[in-house]
Design a protein. Structure first.
Length: 149
């Protein structure tokens, strides 16, 4: 979230580290976040839509409604325990190279976070043997490791 009450949400698939970034142009209150988050989660292939781990922010107060709409259980981390979302915290650090804290995102459209996500998802990672998250995600989709829905 920026000082100007604009924000993005990062969703990170844990195995591939593929990252969609969701613009939250209306703010970070639950009624402002839920529609954007739900739409993004429904864009994930069903076989990869397993669970979501979120921090304890008030914007997830209606997590049961999001779960009902997406079929994706949501787990909340313990307060002040960012290590329970380590992959997401690392991804946020990478994202801040493009969108630093305090950046005014109110004039941004979803195209801007999409462009950043594309760059992050096509950036080779040591953890994947210098393959990209996009390549790892494609492999995951094409493998038998993804459970059938």
């Amino acid at each position: 979230m920026s000082a100007r009450h604009s924000a993005v949400a990062t969703l990170v698939e844990r195995t591939s580290r593929c990252t969609p970034i969701v613009a939250l142009p209306d703010g970070i209150k639950v009624e402002q976040v839920a529609p954007y988050l739900t739409r993004s989660l429904l864009g994930i292939p069903t076989q990869l839509r397993r669970t979501l781990t979120w921090d304890r922010g008030r914007q997830m107060a209606e997590h049961q409604a999001i779960t009902a709409e997406t079929g994706m259980p949501i787990y909340l981390c313990k307060p002040h325990s960012p290590w329970q979302r380590g992959t997401n915290e690392n991804t946020n650090r990478l994202r801040r190279q493009y969108l630093p804290k305090g950046a005014d995102l109110r004039t941004s459209s979803q195209a801007d976070p999409d462009a950043i996500a594309r760059e992050l998802n096509h950036r080779p990672r040591k953890t994947h043997g210098y393959r990209t998250p996009a390549q790892a995600y494609a492999d995951l989709l094409n493998s038998g490791d993804a459970p059938a829905s």
